[in-house]
Design a protein around this ligand. Structure first.
Ligand code: HEM
Length: 242
């Protein structure tokens, strides 16, 4: 090992790569083969742990984005939100890995979960916490500039920055919905749609939660625009025709 390869950072591990990333600790966070109730358990834990990390990172970036938005810096708000949204893409994709666990094998793993429930997921709870706060900050910005949401969309060239942020908010909302949708399908195919989960919450509740939106006004605006355009069109047609 030459001087360049020798670790200079403090901590455990033979290299600075291992020390910086704390791979010794990270890779010891899963059950050992002897502790596993089923060999599929490594995948089950790794999928959950990876999702927790990515949701933690996404919630962190969204908090930073919210601070930038409060300061009127829409460019960096949109940049950080884009990053957070890309991070959330992975927990959604990871759900599909667990579709490969068959129901009988899952029940072996489930026996070791105690009262463990995704309702207590710190990462997901952090996303649920930042979502509405980000929305409040966005609408405060509109109020401060004395403009409406419709202005942002109608005059999107002029309000380019706020329009970008609004679209990222829509992307975030959609991703949380997508996570819930794919998670619901996962629960339905593994434990069934009409049974009770580990905390006594029926899978049916997952279905109701899947309808939840953080930014309903952003979605409603599309309806308003279309309704107004339809009305205009109708007026023009009746105007010309009779
Ligand atoms: C075999 C795979 C899975 C099954 C069968 C499953 C099942 C369930 C069930 C039945 C619930 C309802 C609450 C309860 O009764 O505990 C729930 C909630 C939840 N689970 Fe999972 N889950 C699985 C994988 C995952 C993964 C990989 C994550 C990623 C972190 C996750 C995150 C969540 C979250 C965030 C909730 C609350 C949902 C909400 O608020 O809409 N689950 N899960």
């Amino acid at each position: 090992m030459n001087e360049q390869q020798k670790p200079i950072l403090p901590g455990k591990g033979a290299s600075d790569y291992e020390r910086y990333l704390r791979t010794d600790d990270l890779l010891a966070l899963q059950k050992s083969p002897e502790q596993m109730l089923h060999p599929d358990e490594l995948t089950f834990q790794v999928v959950h742990q990876s999702s927790e990390l990515l949701m933690k990172a996404a919630a962190w970036e969204l908090e930073r984005a919210r601070e930038r938005l409060a300061a009127g810096d829409t460019a960096n708000t949109a940049r950080l939100m884009r990053r957070a949204n890309r991070e959330i893409d992975y927990p959604i994709a990871l759900l599909h890995i667990l579709e490969t666990i068959t129901p009988y094998d899952y029940h072996i793993i489930r026996a070791g979960l105690g009262h463990g429930s995704g309702l207590d997921s710190p990462g997901f709870l952090a996303l649920l916490h930042i979502g509405p706060r980000l929305g409040d900050t966005f609408f405060e910005q509109l109020a401060r500039q004395a403009i409406t949401l419709d202005d942002v969309y109608r005059r999107h060239q002029e309000f380019f920055g706020l329009h970008e942020v609004a679209e990222e908010m829509l992307d975030f909302d959609e991703r949380v919905q997508l996570f819930r949708y794919h998670h619901l399908k996962l629960a339905q195919r593994i434990i069934g749609g009409s049974v009770v989960g580990t905390m006594g919450t029926p899978v049916e509740i997952l279905k109701q939660r899947q309808e939840h939106l953080f930014y309903k006004p952003l979605w409603d605006l599309r309806n308003d625009i279309t309704a107004r355009k339809n009305a205009e069109l109708q007026r023009e047609t009746t105007g010309h025709g009779g």
